[in-house]
Structures are given as structure tokens and as C-alpha cells.
Design a protein around this ligand. Structure first.
Ligand SMILES: NC(=O)c1ccc[n+]([C@@H]2O[C@H](COP(=O)([O-])OP(=O)(O)OC[C@H]3O[C@@H](n4cnc5c(N)ncnc54)[C@H](OP(=O)(O)O)[C@@H]3O)[C@@H](O)[C@H]2O)c1
Length: 334
């Protein structure tokens, strides 16, 4: 067990796991000048990396430890370019941008085609992007938006690039960024779409997607050939609350009417570097390998902090099948 705490920062955790970051190895194969000349390289792909978010901090701190390739994925090329410039100004690292709108299966499929054409494997995939408690809307494919973005988009993208992950010379690792908010709702098995909006509860909708993130890691671990962990970064002021009216955040006791944080120790606010630390640990702590499918909090394995339904293997398989049915495509059997 590492000595990390809730106050550890992404910089400290990345430094601790520096070897894992720069030696996680995939291969790139050339047929010239020698047939099958293989170079060892490492690639990390992070979704949701707009400045001011947990994903941007994760990518920046990882970049200090020379992964051979860092792929930044997100729905806005201009936002991706800003993060790329920040990273390249700090480090000599190769940054690739990948346009990916997780709310659109068409966009996810196009992004996966691009990722599958890279001349390198993907060794670490960090499914971090997300939205929280947004008003009810449907995506182009008719799905409730949080379900589509937080779960279905990542489920589809991960499965479509599975050959790239499984080709990693080390065992590839997939991190699904979840939340303590998973305790707000189990999967609503018979009504994931909230009756087309009629029964919509934006917090239950967020909760079921965060449960789905955890069950997805359980299923990936069961699938074999990859490692997967879900994690809770902690309560952090980012852009995530931007869709929630200030009055609601004040009524919840999180913010003051002027928008500043309520500094109640019970709320356990973390800074962005403290929140990002747990994501970096979930991606690189080699010790976690023995608890494949587990849930990480404060940079430590914390399955005892999870709702039972969110780590249940039968539920994980059921979710896999339900997700395949929603997408209309079958993948490897979890
Ligand atoms: N902050 C917290 O307190 C907290 C607590 C628990 C869990 N989490 C989890 O941590 C993760 C990161 O959250 P955060 O706090 O960093 O939130 P954030 O500041 O709102 O960042 C979310 C990121 O996801 C991207 N994104 C949203 N919709 C997308 C889509 N359709 N396609 C592709 N990318 C999309 C955003 O891009 P745009 O800039 O284009 O919108 C942004 O880069 C989420 O999964 C969240 O559930 C956060």
C-alpha cells in the first residue's frame, strides 16, 4: 500500500510512478531497415482534457514523465489545442489530438477508426470525460445525454479500440473515472432512459452513469487481457457544476451565494491537483494489479467504500449485454 492520502497531488503521485509512466510499453514495428524492428514506446490516452478540468491536470502531470505518446481526446479541437500547447511548453513530449464527442456514437466510431490507425499501441486509456446533472435532453441516437456521454460513449470507444489495447506489450490498463455519486443510483435496469424524460431525475441519472463506470471496470477485469479500475477523485471545483444553477448549489450547502466554496470540513473539498492524483494512481500504481476491477479513492484501493451493487460481477455482465443491445453491436464476451 502506498503512503498517499487525500492531500497527495497528481504531481507527487506521477513522480512516484514515474517508471511505470515511461516504461509502460507498447511496440511500434517497422519493416525497414530491418524486418520487424520493434521499438518500445508508451502511449496514454485521456478523454476530457479541457483546461481547468481534472483531465487536463492528469495529462500535464503524466507528460512530465515522458510517455512516448500522449493522446488528448475531446469534443472541441480548440480546447484540445490549448491543453496541447500548455503541455508542449512544459515538456518535450509527443502530443496527438483526437476529436471525440462521446455523446455521439458516430463521432465515437470515427475517433476509434483514427485511434486504430495509429502506428502504436495504446497502453493506458483514461476514460475521464463526463457531464453531471444536466437538464434532460436526448442525443442524436435518442439516448439520455448523461447515459450517452458518461457510459455508452466510453463503453463503445473502449470496445472499438480493444485490439489496440490488447496489443500492448505490457497489460493495458483502462481507468473509468466514477464518483461517490454512484451511491445516488443503481442502474435503472428497466428504465435507463427515465421514460423518455417523463421520470427524469438529473441526479439519479448522473448516479446511474457513475455506477455504470464502476461496473464497466468490473466487466473489463472479468473479460481478461486488460486491467481496469474505477476511481473517485473527490469533491473538486471544476467546470462540472457549470450546468447547475447557483441557487441549487447554495441550497445544497456547497457554494456561497457569491459562488465561493463553503469550507465545511465535512465536504472534504480537494484542489484539482489533489483530485487528479487519484486518477494518476488508478492508471499507474502497479500494486493495484492484484485487485483488477477495483475502486480507488484517495489514491488507494477502496472497494469497501463502494455500494455493493457497483462492484457486482453479475450486474457488470448484465450492463455489458444491455449496453451492446442499446448500441446494436456485440463485442467480446465479458
Ligand atoms: N469535480 C468533481 O468534484 C468530481 C467528483 C467526482 C467525479 N468526477 C468525475 O471526474 C471526471 C472529470 O470531471 P471534471 O470535474 O474534470 O469535470 P469538467 O471540468 O466538467 O471536465 C469534463 C471534461 O469532459 C469533457 N466532456 C464533456 N462532455 C463531453 C463529450 N460529449 N465528449 C467529449 N468530452 C466531453 C469536457 O469537455 P468540454 O470542455 O468540451 O465540455 C471536459 O474536458 C468526470 O467523469 C466526473 O464525473 C468529478
Amino acid at each position: 500500500m502506498t503512503a498517499f492520502t487525500a492531500k497527495s497531488t497528481a504531481e507527487q503521485v506521477a513522480k512516484h510512478f514515474s517508471n511505470a509512466i515511461n516504461s509502460k510499453s507498447g511496440t511500434i514495428t517497422f519493416n525497414w531497415p530491418l524486418p520487424q524492428l520493434a521499438l518500445t514506446i508508451a502511449t496514454v490516452l485521456v478523454t476530457g482534457v479541457t483546461q481547468g478540468t481534472l483531465g487536463a491536470e492528469v495529462a500535464l502531470r503524466i507528460s512530465h514523465h515522458q510517455p512516448a505518446n500522449l493522446v488528448l481526446a475531446g469534443r472541441s479541437l480548440s480546447a484540445l489545442n490549448i491543453t496541447k500547447s500548455t503541455i508542449e511548453a512544459a515538456n518535450p513530449v509527443s502530443v496527438t489530438l483526437l476529436e471525440l464527442d462521446l455523446a455521439s456514437q458516430a463521432s465515437v466510431r470515427a475517433a476509434a477508426r483514427t485511434a486504430n490507425s495509429y502506428p502504436f499501441t495504446i497502453d493506458v486509456l483514461i476514460n475521464n470525460a463526463g457531464i453531471m446533472a444536466v437538464p434532460y435532453t436526448k442525443t442524436a441516437e435518442g439516448l439520455e445525454r448523461q447515459w450517452a456521454t458518461n457510459h455508452i460513449g466510453h463503453f463503445l470507444f473502449t470496445n472499438l479500440i480493444m485490439p489496440k489495447l490488447r496489443a500492448s506489450r505490457s497489460t493495458a490498463r483502462i481507468v473509468n473515472v466514477s464518483s461517490a455519486g454512484h451511491k445516488r443510483s443503481d442502474i435503472r435496469w428497466d428504465d435507463v432512459g427515465f421514460g423518455g424524460g417523463e421520470r427524469y431525475d438529473k441526479w439519479a441519472a448522473y448516479g446511474q452513469t457513475k455506477t455504470a463506470n464502476m461496473l464497466f471496470s468490473v466487466a473489463l477485469a472479468k473479460l481478461g487481457g486488460v486491467e481496469s479500475f474505477s476511481c473517485y477523485p473527490g469533491r473538486v471545483r471544476t467546470n462540472l457544476v457549470n450546468s447547475i444553477p447557483l441557487e441549487e448549489l447554495v441550497a445544497a450547502g456547497w457554494l456561497h451565494p457569491d459562488g465561493s466554496l463553503v469550507e465545511d470540513p465535512k465536504l472534504k473539498w480537494k484542489t484539482i491537483p489533489e483530485g487528479a492524483a487519484t486518477i494518476v494512481a488508478a492508471a499507474f500504481d502497479p500494486e493495484l494489479a492484484k485487485a483488477n476491477g477495483g475502486y480507488v479513492v484517495d489514491s488507494q484501493l477502496a472497494n469497501d467504500e463502494a455500494a455493493l451493487y457497483a462492484l457486482d460481477e453479475k450486474a457488470a455482465v448484465r450492463l455489458w449485454k444491455l449496453s451492446e443491445k442499446i448500441i446494436g453491436e456485440k463485442f467480446l464476451d465479458a
